[in-house]
Design a protein around this ligand. Structure first.
Ligand SMILES: Cc1cc2nc3c(=O)[nH]c(=O)nc-3n(C[C@H](O)[C@H](O)[C@H](O)COP(=O)(O)O)c2cc1C
Length: 185
């Protein structure tokens, strides 16, 4: 599949990293864009830099490059995820402010009626955040709070992140068996 991954400056860079590892192993065509604070959080939380992300990407785009292929509605991406998605980027997408490549690519996914998922991270949530999420949810955008489940009894942070990455792939309609699904009592 051809997938766009936006990484912004919210906490939870590990989720993005884990998702990229699985997408890369699955031989998908992955277009990655990282915001300025996205890079800071990747470094701060995971010790990860541009070289590591480039290795896990098919294409690593500059967030300032509004002329990139993924900025156009003629580009046939099947799905886009922003993970983690900051409240700033959420607000920009909800307002249609396509002033960087992540927001423009998201804007394109909405207008082309394609699968867009925002893995949002903030706590607590204000009425502004909730209204932005509701507005986008009503347009068909997937709102996926980065709140991991514990019913699969994760033994490590890595296992938590893997399960979340699997749930994200489910929401992007990417076939995967990276985590243990609930079998019932
Ligand atoms: C250490 C750190 C953690 C942050 N965590 C969050 C967060 O979890 N959620 C959020 O909405 N913003 C968070 N921020 C603030 C965003 O980085 C900031 O709003 C930034 O403008 C987001 O820009 P972007 O959406 O272009 O990445 C954090 C900032 C720092 C420095």
């Amino acid at each position: 599949m051809r997938i766009i991954v936006g990484i912004t400056g919210a906490s939870g860079a590990l989720y993005a990293l884990e998702l990229l590892r699985h997408l890369s192993a699955g031989r998908h065509e992955v277009h990655v864009v990282v915001s300025g604070y996205g890079w800071k959080l990747l470094e701060h939380e995971c010790g990860i830099g541009k070289g590591d992300i480039a290795t896990l990407s098919s294409y690593l785009h500059d967030n300032e490059n509004l002329g990139a292929c993924i900025a156009s509605g003629s580009f046939r991406a099947e799905a886009m995820i922003i993970v983690p998605c900051s409240m700033r980027t959420l607000a920009a997408v909800a307002a249609g402010l396509a002033d960087n490549l992540i927001c423009r690519a998201a804007d394109v996914m909405i207008k082309e009626r394609k699968n867009l998922v925002l893995a949002v991270r903030e706590t607590p949530l204000s009425a502004v955040h909730l209204e932005n999420m509701l507005k986008l949810a009503r347009l068909g955008v997937g709102i996926m709070p980065l709140s991991p489940a514990f019913y699969h009894n994760p033994q490590s942070i890595a296992e938590l992140a893997t399960a979340l990455a699997g749930r994200i792939m489910d929401n992007l309609a990417i076939p995967n068996e990276v985590y243990k699904r609930w079998q019932g009592y």
